[in-house]
Write a new protein. Structure first.
Length: 636
């Protein structure tokens, strides 16, 4: 008995020493200085001073970035990493299992560790990425790319004092509180590692701030490659202002003290969006504000990231609330995190005027039609796409229909539309999903987020409208039916249909995206879309990105990666392919000549259905709940 008691006492003493060490680290801020003055060379310098004690030390580099849903830490972009104390260089080695961890032995007498880290802000990956963070006139500071942290201290307990050095004359926007600014040196208030990682800074030579109002102030910060790129018309400002009003109306308040909507307009920078508690990092092409096509087809990402201030930040799914950036997330509830956010974002895009009601219907039809082209639904449930989210966020376009993509966005939106219409139908329109949002999402946080589990979602839905919500979600999440969940569209008084003429949203998409800009509804980089006719998705040069094995192009021999050279004996063009597909409904034939591994092939496509563009059409004799859902609340 005494030996057991002795062991227990030793454990308690050891734990006390460990906790006191953690507490000491947490109370003494790490100092970090980020220097942007070599931005034109594609290098960002970072210097950290970390309070230490003699002995072994493990420092981590962020690996799992909140909102990325995958181990996306930019470890390969560190081009220099040096450690020293009192001017003496210290050796280090990388952990041979967790390669994001760096191990050192702090010598006797050392109280501070100096870390010099150089980060290459160049594009080393394809597509949707945060890798490019500097251009000729803009720099974006993602603190998680520029620091190391004490691996044993929870992120909300580790304090950092940050300083930013800017090029002469540059302005900046961030949710961080500023203590002092002088001649391009900005000192920010000491915050936790969790808050710092959650607070990017956008700095630029051409910069503009616009106040959008709100019960808790929201600021639009525009950073551009030129003065022309940050010009914004009064109508667009009114949409942003209404977005704030509509979001506050939807949720019954706001969970932040102030919010910065960071909008970067640049072609060289990687096109990217990421949510944060009190800001959002939105990076669009340089002419996104001046091009109607590009503004229409990217606008919905802004409300989406704004909604995450409530869903994902103020309230966090269980499994997303990791202690630090080395701990993997459990993404079972990403269909709530992203699916509900996608639905509410689309609704707010329309309520605030970025989209017309017609645009909303066409976007919802595009979601439903895209899900219908995924034969992968017959072997893989949407629940599995959530659990394995890290595989899908970096997956290529090829075989996307068979593998399934990040379907918890589009299909999740369809499920939440059905939940909304079910509440409205059962309550005779007395209650809506808006009531659930006001109940479920907190607007008073006291500096802390609140987690939720599926049981919490079900309980609050039942508080709004009693129903077997657990079975409702289980049936849709675990389904392997080839048909997507379009019950919400049907209950709203509409049905999915296809028409020969391109819808407005599809026409704008093909006009706008001749770059690698990611379109959130499509989840691909294609500019030529014939998925709903012959089942192929192409780049503008004729390279096939994806096919559906259930449809005629694949059956004729067309596979991902081949390059279409001719359509009906004429050189390939997007308009030529569209015209040839359209003519099949009038007796025309469709012959495709394509190159595959330097071998030329000819395919006769057995198709006579003409062009197909997804749309929603009204069902006579039913209530139009869809129009009620997207009606502005703040203007009522």
């Amino acid at each position: 008995m005494n030996s057991v008691k002795t062991v227990w006492n030793q454990l308690c003493i050891g734990m006390s020493i460990f906790l006191s060490s953690v507490f000491a680290y947490a109370q003494t801020p790490i100092k970090i200085t980020v220097d942007l003055n070599d931005y034109q060379k594609g290098i960002i310098h970072s210097h950290l001073t970390i309070p230490v004690k003699p002995g072994p030390l493990t420092l981590g580099y962020p690996k799992w970035i909140p909102g990325e849903h995958a181990p996306a830490g930019a470890l390969n972009q560190i081009i220099q990493l040096k450690f020293s104390s009192k001017g003496n260089s210290l050796p280090w080695h990388r952990d041979n299992v967790e390669i994001y961890d760096f191990k050192l032995n702090i010598p006797a007498g050392a109280t501070d560790l100096d870390v010099d880290l150089d980060f290459a802000s160049v594009d080393i990956s394809d597509g949707f990425s945060a890798t490019v963070t500097t251009s000729e006139h803009i720099a974006i500071v993602n603190w998680w790319q520029l620091l190391l942290f004490l691996a044993d201290v929870p992120a909300d307990r580790l304090m950092l004092q940050s300083r930013l050095l800017l090029p002469r004359g540059w302005l900046f926007g961030t949710a961080l509180a500023m203590q002092h600014e002088n001649a391009g040196q900005i000192d920010f208030a000491s915050v936790s590692l969790q808050t710092l990682v959650d607070s990017p800074v956008v700095a630029a030579e051409h910069f503009r701030k616009i106040q959008l109002g709100g019960h808790k102030a929201v600021e639009l910060d525009l950073a551009g490659e030129s003065e022309r790129s940050i010009r914004i018309c009064s109508e667009q400002v009114s949409h942003f202002t209404r977005l704030v009003e509509e979001a506050e109306s939807l949720f019954g308040g706001a969970p932040y003290s102030k919010y910065h909507l960071l909008l970067t307009l640049s072609d060289p920078l990687a096109h990217y969006t990421l949510e944060h508690s009190s800001s959002s990092d939105n990076r669009f092409v340089e002419d996104a504000l001046s091009s109607p096509d590009k503004f229409l087809t990217t606008a919905s990402t802004i409300p989406h990231e704004f909604v995450h201030a409530w869903n994902g930040k103020a309230r966090v799914p269980s499994g997303f609330d990791t202690l630090n950036y080395q701990q993997p997330l459990k993404a079972d509830l990403v269909w709530v995190y992203e699916g509900l956010t996608e639905y509410l974002g689309m609704v707010l895009t329309t309520r605030s005027g970025f989209w017309s009601p017609r645009d909303f219907r066409e976007a919802m039809a595009l979601d439903a039609a895209e899900m219908a082209t995924h034969p992968g639904r017959q072997w893989r449930s949407m629940e599995d796409t959530a659990v394995a989210v890290q595989l899908l966020t970096t997956a290529p376009a090829a075989w996307q229909t068979e593998r399934r993509s990040t379907d918890f966005y589009a299909e999740g939106a369809l499920i939440w539309l059905e939940a909304d219409t079910t509440i409205r139908r059962l309550s005779s329109n007395k209650h809506t999903l808006d009531n659930f949002c006001k109940l479920f999402f907190p607007v008073v946080l006291n500096g802390h987020s609140k987690t939720y589990a599926l049981e919490d979602v079900v309980a609050d839905l039942n508080a709004v409208q009693p129903y077997d919500w657990k079975t409702f979600f289980a049936q849709r999440l675990q389904s392997t039916s080839p048909a997507p969940p379009t019950g919400g569209i049907i209950q709203a008084g509409w049905r999915l249909s296809y028409r020969a003429q391109e819808t407005n949203i599809v026409r704008h998409l093909e006009r706008a995206h001749k770059t690698d800009l990611l379109w959130p509804l499509w989840g691909s980089q294609a500019t030529v879309d014939e998925r709903f006719s012959i089942g192929i998705l192409l780049n503008e040069d004729g390279t096939v990105l994806d096919v559906s094995r259930d449809m005629t192009a694949f059956q004729a021999g067309v596979t991902p990666g081949v390059k279409i050279i001719k359509v009906n004996h004429r050189p390939f063009s997007s308009s030529g392919l569209h015209d040839a597909v359209a003519q099949t409904s009038h007796g025309g034939t469709l012959q495709l000549v394509f190159d595959h591994d330097a071998v030329r092939h000819t395919a006769e496509v057995n198709y006579n259905g003409g062009s197909k563009s997804p749309d929603l059409v009204r069902v006579s004799g039913t209530d139009d709940l869809l129009t009620q859902i997207i009606a502005p609340n703040a203007l009522k």
